[in-house]
Design a protein around this ligand. Sequence first.
Ligand code: ATP
Length: 234
Amino acid sequence: APEEPVVELVGVRAAYGAIEVLKGVDLVVPVGSVVALLGPNGGGKTTTMKIVSGLMPTTAGELRLSGRNVTGITATEASRLGVCSIPEGRGVFANLTVRENLWVATGTGTPLAEVEEAAYTRFPKLGDRRNQLAGSMSGGEQQMLALSRALGTSPAVLLLDELSMGLAPMIVSQMYDIVGQLAEEGISILLAEQFARVVLPIADTAALMLGGRIVAVGDPADIEHELSTTYLGG
Ligand code: ATP
């Protein structure tokens, strides 16, 4: 049998109070592929990521992880099942050093030395700054740290929400070069990004979200026509 997708949403609906913000979302992330959620603010990208990471309940539909119906799981359970997310705003501990931040990834059992070596090999700059407080580093460096910490947990799927937020355009394209390398290493990735142009080259599938629905999905080359210049951004 073919491998089950690492993430699958079937007819997912979600609401904040009485206001429905996901209105029947179907989404598949096959193992080893990069799926990009695109579209303007408020379309429902972040809410979709929150469903997958167990941070928000569905009001209808199903969440499946590796073929298992896990609808209603908590964030702790999702993380145990290998869902690892880098939220908007990165989520590094500003008052901890680089090493101490990486230590957080060892909660899943990988020795700190191994997590550190992988991080510093991928990002030599982090090695130079291993004893520096994360909060005193540049946005791009903090994002490298957040990625290293996530990779230290050997995730089944990596969720990246608006990696570009607050970063200079040159740093954004460097970050997505790195994400492209991760993809080539076979890591499954679900990402949300307002500025489609930087992610289309590395995505296997692009989905345009508007008003709580996926209105177009497919090969980035095909979807590009459906993305107006507004949605392509930067
Ligand atoms: P963004 O890039 O701004 O996060 P998005 O496409 O990720 O945009 P969501 O954050 O998922 O969109 O928001 C979808 C809708 O839900 C929006 O209309 C937003 O105003 C609303 N919303 C988001 N968070 C809340 C909340 N905590 N309470 C009420 N409404 C919310």
